[in-house]
Design a protein around this ligand. Structure first.
Ligand code: GCU
Length: 430
């Protein structure tokens, strides 16, 4: 009996989101109940002009779509401050049993040493020719959680209490390596890639405090106390932070800043897509189980909906996004256009069979829906008209796979990402 209770308890805790929350309608998981919808044509401007050349895409439609996502979904982010600088905190040429070079670098977002700041943790394969291509992604619970390496600086920032090894919102030594299954660093080094990460909470802690903590206040105008309705929420701030990591890479000769793949899981997958859409310096973009507000089409309202995400996580998107609660059809964009903003760069969308909350079919359809823009730019497309069977990756320029299993990012996912990067980011340059 006790065991049963315990299992039930773990089951409840382990669930990403309860199936029914008070005052919220049941999520729809029935394909026949997906509403009828028409997606905005990625190639037709708001004034109903069809763009027919790559030039027109880049001059007219791309800036328009980017502006619509800024205004209605994620919010506008500022340029970095002049005083931003980088501080080497630690490095070793003999990390991970001599297999890696490790660097820890603080990105100070302003001239103030007291913060806000983001600590980058970077592992590079020791013997690979320089400069090396790198996978960059934010983590959920602190850099120390990605690997048990005792030299990783233990975060002193706010971390959510339910994270393993965290007490009273602070990491303890027991938190080291607790997310290592999500960060197969040695395996990636072996494949010739560096891995870089930073704690998302360094940029903005993941709870709604009215935007008092994190990076937002650094940019408030006179008398401003929170972002305006078209200004950045937390996801846009995280994406902005990823671009600041790239700013650092541009100063580091060991890293090939022209071959940086940005990736993320779940809320951080939404973030990776937005970072890749905004910042064309990212050579390749990977979304893992990013779902609503990420790779999944909003208009399908399958699993998590716009209303649900805006209610559970009011700080993630910009204020204007809330206007579309229950009115997905009125959005001037849908998420296939987010993927299209990445064109012609390679993009990979990764789903999981049990991750219905993130709407795997909606993720596939968004990837497919980006295709007209890739085709216009003569960049290829998604070589599948229907979702492929589980565990069979499609490695075309718009790539897709659905892994068997739950909402998670695993060593198997990373191997597929490395295959995709080998094909689209390595081969071209070597
Ligand atoms: C919740 C949320 C999702 C998000 C996920 C995560 O499930 O509803 O939108 O992707 O958390 O980040 O793990």
């Amino acid at each position: 009996m006790r065991l049963v209770c315990r299992l039930l308890f773990i089951g409840v805790l382990g669930m990403v989101v309860p199936a029914v929350a008070v005052g919220q309608p049941q999520a729809n998981y029935d394909e026949s109940k997906v509403p009828d919808y028409t997606l905005p044509d990625p190639l037709v401007t708001r004034s109903r002009e069809k763009v027919t050349t790559a030039r027109e895409w880049f001059a007219k439609r791309r800036p328009e779509v980017l502006g619509l996502f800024e205004e209605h979904v994620y919010g506008r982010a500022p340029e970095p401050l002049e005083g931003m600088r980088f501080m080497r905190l630690e490095s070793s040429a003999k990390a991970l049993d001599g297999k890696a070079v490790r660097k820890q670098v603080r990105v100070l977002f302003s001239a103030e040493e007291s913060g806000p700041a983001m600590d980058l943790l970077i592992y590079l394969p020791k013997d690979a020719p320089r400069p090396v291509p790198v996978f960059l992604g934010l983590n959920f619970n602190g850099n120390h959680s990605v690997h048990a390496d005792p030299a990783i600086l233990l975060s002193t920032k706010w971390i959510r209490d339910r994270a393993p090894g965290v007490e009273k919102n602070r990491a303890t030594e027991a938190a080291r390596g607790t997310a290592s299954s999500r960060w197969p660093i040695e395996a990636m080094l072996q494949r010739g890639y560096g891995v870089a990460t930073a704690y998302s909470g360094d940029i903005d802690p993941d709870f709604h405090d009215g935007f008092e903590n994190g990076v937002h206040p650094l940019f408030y105008g006179e008398g401003q106390t929170k972002p305006a309705d078209d200004e950045w929420g937390t996801i846009a701030a995280w994406a902005w932070g990823l671009s600041r990591a790239l700013d650092y890479f541009e100063t580091d000769d060991d890293i090939d800043q022209r071959r940086v793949a940005v990736l993320g899981h779940s809320r951080l997958g939404k973030t990776a897509l937005w970072a890749g859409a905004r910042d064309p310096r990212f050579a390749l973009v990977i979304s893992n189980n990013s779902g609503c507000g990420g790779a999944a089409l909003s208009r399908r309202a399958f699993g998590e909906t716009v209303e649900r995400i805006n209610t559970s996580f009011p700080h993630w998107f910009c204020g204007n996004f809330k206007k579309y609660n229950g009115r997905e059809g009125e959005l001037p964009v849908d998420q296939h256009q987010l993927i299209a903003l990445i064109a012609p760069r390679p993009v990979f969308v990764s789903s999981a069979t049990e991750d219905r909350w993130a709407d795997p079919r909606g993720e596939f359809l968004a990837a497919k829906g980006a295709e007209p823009v890739y085709r216009l730019l003569e960049a290829g497309g998604l070589d599948a008209d229907e979702p492929p069977p589980p565990d069979e990756p499609v490695l075309s320029r718009i790539g897709y796979w659905i892994r068997t299993g739950p909402h998670d990012i695993t060593a198997a996912d990373w191997q597929v990402f490395a295959d995709f990067a080998d094909k689209h980011m390595r081969a071209a340059d070597e």
